[in-house]
Design a protein around this ligand. Structure first.
Ligand SMILES: Nc1nc2c(ncn2[C@@H]2O[C@H](COP(=O)(O)OP(=O)(O)OP(=O)(O)O)[C@@H](O)[C@H]2O)c(=O)[nH]1
Ligand SMILES: C[S@@+](CC[C@H](N)C(=O)[O-])C[C@H]1O[C@@H](n2cnc3c(N)ncnc32)[C@H](O)[C@@H]1O
Ligand code: SF4
Ligand code: SF4
Length: 328
C-alpha cells in the first residue's frame, strides 16, 4: 500500500477565471450550478477531518480549489491547521486576490509555501487562456507580495498547451531564472470531462526540457521527497531551479501518496476519480472520530488508483471529477 502523506483540500468549486484547460466558459457559464454555501465544509469540519488524516499519516496539506482565496478569511483556516500541528501547509492560487496584506496574514497564520499559477508573460496569451481578461501584471504583483511575505521559494505553475502558450516558455524561464521562484512547466492533462483534451495538444516534458537546455544548460536534481510530483532541474549557471510535471508522458502513480478532499467533503483517492466517499454525511450525522478515521483508512486501503499509468483513448473519455472542483 502506498502511504498516505499528502492531503489536498479544495475550498470551493468556484473561480473568477475561466482557464480554457480547466473551466471552459461554454460549460461553466452563468447558469452553472455551483455548490451552495451550506454544502461546503466549514473550517471547523476541515480541521477536524485534517486531524484524523494526520493520525493516518498525512504531513502536508495543500489548500486549493477552484480559487481558494475566494473563500473569506482563509488565514483563519491556516491558523486552525497550524494549531493542530500540520507541519507543511501550502496553497495553490491564481494570485488574483493576493495582495501584500493577505500574503502577510497567511504567513503569520502559518502558511509555509505558496504556488501561483501563470501561463504567460504576454497579456494577449494569458488573457486568452484565463478567458476573463485578467492581466499578467496583477499576477506578477501577487508573486512579489508572496516573496515579500517570505513565502519562499514561491513556485509558479505554468500549464503548457500546444498552440496556445508554448512560445512563452523561454520568456517565462528567463524571467524567473535567478528570481528565487521555481517555475514548473506542466503537461496539459485530461482532468475532468469538459476541457476538450487531446494528446495532440500536449507539449511533452521532454520537449520542454530540451528547449530550456538549448538556451541554458540544466541538470537533474534528486527529488526533495519520495513521490514528488515535479521533476527538478538546476541551471548550471547558478540561477536556481526549474521543474517539469510530466503526468501524461511519465506517470508517477507508483509513488502517489495524495488524498483529495472536495469542497463538499468527499474523499477522492485520485485526481481522476469519478466518485468520492461522503465524509460530510458522516460528520453531520454525528459519527465519532473512530468511525470517520476507519472510513478513511478503509478507502485508502482499498485504493488501486493509477489513472495516469493506464491513460488511453478509453480512459480519457470517462466521466471524472472536474479539476476546478477537486483542486489540482
Ligand atoms: N496526475 C497527477 N497530477 C498531479 C498530481 N498532483 C499534482 N498534479 C499536477 O501537478 C501540479 C502541481 O502540483 P502543486 O499543487 O503545485 O503541488 P506539488 O508539486 O505537489 O507541490 P510541492 O511538491 O508540495 O511543492 C498540479 O496542478 C497538477 O496539475 C497527481 O497526484 N496526479
Ligand atoms: C485547479 S487549479 C486550483 C488553484 C488555483 N485556482 C490556481 O489556478 O492556481 C490548480 C492547478 O491546476 C492546474 N491545472 C488546471 N487544469 C489543468 C490541466 N488541464 N492540466 C494540467 N494542469 C492543470 C492549474 O494550472 C493550477 O496550477
Ligand atoms: S486553473 Fe485555477 S484559476 Fe484557472 S480556472 Fe481552474 S481553478 Fe480557476
Ligand atoms: S493519476 Fe491518480 S494515482 Fe496517479 S499520481 Fe495522479 S492522483 Fe495519483
Amino acid at each position: 500500500m502506498r502511504p498516505l502523506r499528502d492531503l489536498r483540500v479544495s475550498l470551493t468549486d468556484r473561480c473568477n477565471f475561466r482557464c480554457r484547460y480547466c473551466m471552459p466558459k461554454e460549460v461553466f457559464g452563468a447558469d452553472f450550478a455551483f455548490l451552495p454555501h451550506h454544502k461546503l465544509l466549514t473550517f471547523e469540519e476541515i480541521t477536524r477531518l485534517t486531524g484524523l488524516f494526520q493520525e493516518l499519516g498525512v504531513r502536508k496539506v495543500r489548500l486549493t480549489g477552484g480559487e481558494p482565496l475566494l473563500r473569506k478569511n482563509v488565514d483563519d483556516l491556516v491558523r486552525m491547521l497550524n494549531d493542530i500541528g500540520v507541519d507543511d501547509i501550502a496553497l495553490t492560487t491564481n494570485g488574483s486576490a493576493l495582495n501584500s496584506d493577505l500574503a502577510k496574514r497567511l504567513k503569520t497564520a502559518g502558511l509555509r509555501r505558496i504556488t501561483i499559477s501563470l501561463d504567460s508573460l504576454r497579456d494577449e496569451v494569458f488573457m486568452a487562456m484565463n478567458d476573463v481578461h485578467f492581466p499578467v501584471s496583477k499576477v506578477l504583483a501577487a508573486i512579489e507580495a508572496a516573496k515579500e511575505a517570505d513565502l519562499n521559494p514561491v513556485k509558479i505553475n505554468m500549464v503548457v498547451k500546444k498552440g496556445w502558450n508554448e512560445s512563452s516558455i523561454l520568456e517565462m524561464a528567463d524571467y524567473f531564472r535567478g528570481s528565487g521562484c521555481i517555475l514548473r512547466l506542466i503537461e496539459f492533462m485530461d482532468v475532468g470531462s469538459t476541457n476538450g483534451w487531446r494528446l495532440a495538444d500536449v507539449v511533452t516534458a521532454e520537449e520542454m526540457v530540451s528547449l530550456i537546455q538549448t538556451h541554458w544548460p540544466i541538470h537533474k536534481l534528486p527529488p526533495n521527497y519520495a513521490g514528488e510530483v515535479a521533476l527538478r532541474y538546476e541551471y548550471e549557471d547558478g540561477q536556481g531551479e526549474i521543474g517539469v510535471i510530466a503526468s501524461v508522458t511519465q506517470a508517477f502513480c507508483g509513488a502517489c501518496t495524495r488524498a483529495r478532499l472536495s469542497p463538499e467533503g468527499k474523499l477522492y483517492t485520485c485526481l481522476f476519480g469519478a466518485n468520492g466517499l461522503d465524509l460530510r454525511a458522516l460528520l453531520r450525522s454525528g459519527a465519532s472520530d473512530d468511525d470517520i478515521r476507519l472510513a478513511i483508512h478503509n478507502a485508502w486501503l482499498n485504493r488501486d488508483d493509477r489513472y495516469s499509468e493506464l491513460r488511453s483513448s478509453l480512459t480519457f473519455s470517462r466521466t471524472k471529477v472536474e479539476m476546478s472542483h477537486i483542486g489540482g
